[in-house]
Design a protein around this ligand. Structure first.
Ligand SMILES: Cc1ncc(COP(=O)(O)O)c(C=O)c1O
Length: 487
């Protein structure tokens, strides 16, 4: 059933003629945000362009151009004689990212968040198993067998250190292994004291947010960026300032212009999520200088650096930091498997206590049994060989996916082959909407994520994100054949 109940919300929308963005784009962005946030519900009959133009005092052509953009991107659908409707199958994991932002068209781009519960969208979509979902990993027979053996060994020595409350900081043996690994592989400057074991990136982000203390803190996020970072910040009442990402990574100058006194910046410098670009050295230095001068924290999410397939290895940003401004976050949930729920943060000495206390207040400590198994896995050299083997497997799967996409879909998609990571980005051609493809692909049993959903304010680029790490070579070609039917 079509509904018009939420259309009244649009009366609050504004157009700023002094803003850089053209009027049609402002209307489009506001409608898109309202749709993604659920303010205007799926199936809602939008007003005619004439009606809208009169309501908000713009030319009819601006309203038409805004609607055309929404139609092209699949946010709306048009029916001759029946008007334009908000697409009825839009609830998506990333919707809430946009939805938490206050609508803004003025030159001040800092988004204000709301703290009411709900409206988080479907954040469970990563549990979807079909190809080519993001963030999935494979574990080969060797690792599986070792895991069984090490778990059995840990259980055999099941003693008081497994049974009771333990150090919320994390098990010392594991912290030592993580510290040695990060120094060698990522040029991170740290000792075991600075390493805090977490349940993964998501918990580390949550702890950072708590340690920053209090709502209404301004923070920069990448635009486009990782939706779960943005959601966690917004849920905590932070004021999120989306900073555009170009081919050199986050645009630091624009960040400073947008929120010079921001408390923190959340970034993925080694392999920007989702675009896959690397933060240039010039930008790294600019960012560090700003953080030093302003006292801001840089939160470095180094989520997939284990899987680098070519080019020079890239050191962490934390390793360049003389001023103790970087909080480095890594995860074992990607290097091993997401169900593990273990990761770590490397924290400047001045923050360790606050960090450990926050962790303790959240859920006391990591599971002792899991930590014992992982510590042995690392200590005995299995982690390094697991990474080496899986790197080869994922490279192979990446190549198979690129070949299949180029073979079947080169008329519709331009593939950007990644040097690193677990997903690739394929830009749509000829104005094809990634949202439309995403939706149709799902009906053919294929999961592709529309990158446009990860944008907040920066001009959207239509592209599909395809995860390759979780899918053996033999299922890649048939899945791409199914995807090809969509086009
Ligand atoms: C940008 C980014 N960081 C971190 C992670 C890993 O998160 P976690 O350790 O909470 O599983 C992901 C997983 O999808 C990611 O995309």
């Amino acid at each position: 059933m079509k509904s018009r109940q939420s259309w009244a919300e649009l009366y609050a929308f504004e157009v700023d003629r002094a803003a850089d963005a053209p009027v049609f784009r402002q209307i489009y962005q506001q409608l898109r945000l309202a749709i993604l946030s659920g303010t205007i519900r799926p199936g809602t009959n939008l007003p005619s362009t004439r009606e809208l133009a009169v309501r908000i005092g713009v030319s009819r052509s601006a309203a038409v151009a805004a609607f055309e953009q929404l139609l092209a991107e699949g946010y709306a659908s048009g029916k001759t004689g029946a008007g334009t409707f908000v697409a009825s199958d839009l609830p998506e994991p990333f919707a809430a990212v946009h939805g938490r932002k206050k609508q803004s068209t003025s030159s001040a781009k800092t988004a204000t968040s709301s703290r009411e519960p709900g409206g988080f969208g479907d954040v469970t979509s990563q549990s979807e198993e079909r190809p080519f979902n993001l963030g999935r990993t494979l574990v080969d027979a060797r690792t599986a067998e070792l895991w069984r053996k090490l778990s059995a060994r840990s259980l055999r020595s099941f003693g008081c250190h497994h049974l009771g409350y333990a150090d919320p900081h994390g098990m010392l043996e594991l912290r030592k292994s993580v510290s040695a690994y990060l120094q060698a592989a990522r040029a991170v400057r740290c000792d075991a004291e600075q390493v805090v074991i977490t349940a993964g990136t998501q918990q580390a982000l949550d702890i950072v947010i708590r340690v920053m203390q209090g709502p209404d803190k301004e923070v920069w996020i990448e635009d486009p960026g990782y939706s779960l970072t943005c959601l966690a910040l917004v849920a905590a009442g932070a004021k999120v300032c989306p900073v555009p990402v170009d081919q050199h990574g986050i645009n630091v100058t624009q960040g400073i212009r947008c929120a010079p006194r921001a408390r923190a910046v959340f970034i993925t410098p080694s392999h920007q999520f989702p675009k896959g670009v690397v933060l240039s050295m010039a930008r790294r230095l600019e960012l560090l200088a700003w953080a030093r001068e302003s006292g801001a924290w840089i939160v470095e999410d180094d989520y997939a650096s284990e899987f680098r397939y070519g080019g020079r290895p890239l050191a962490s940003l934390q390793g360049l930091d003389d001023g103790e401004r970087v909080i480095y976050i890594g995860t074992l949930n990607k290097a091993l498997f997401p169900g593990l729920r273990l990761g770590y943060a490397v924290v400047p000495a001045s923050l360790v206590r606050a960090f450990v206390t926050a962790r303790h207040l959240m859920d006391r400590q990591p599971s002792s049994l899991c930590q014992t198994v992982v510590a042995a896995f690392m200590e005995e050299g299995h982690f390094a060989s697991h990474i080496r083997r899986m790197r080869a497997v994922y490279r192979n799967q990446r190549d198979a996916l690129i070949a299949a996409l180029r073979h079947r879909l080169s008329d519709h998609l331009t593939v950007d082959p990644p040097d690193q990571g677990m997903h690739l980005v394929a830009y749509t051609r000829r104005g094809l909407s990634d949202v439309t493809v995403e939706r149709a692909a799902r009906e053919h049993g294929v999961i592709v994520r529309a990158m446009s959903r990860l944008y907040v304010e920066a001009p959207v680029r239509s592209a599909l994100m395809l995860g390759f790490s979780g899918y053996p070579r033999q299922i890649i070609a048939p899945a791409i054949a199914r995807l090809a039917q969509v086009f």
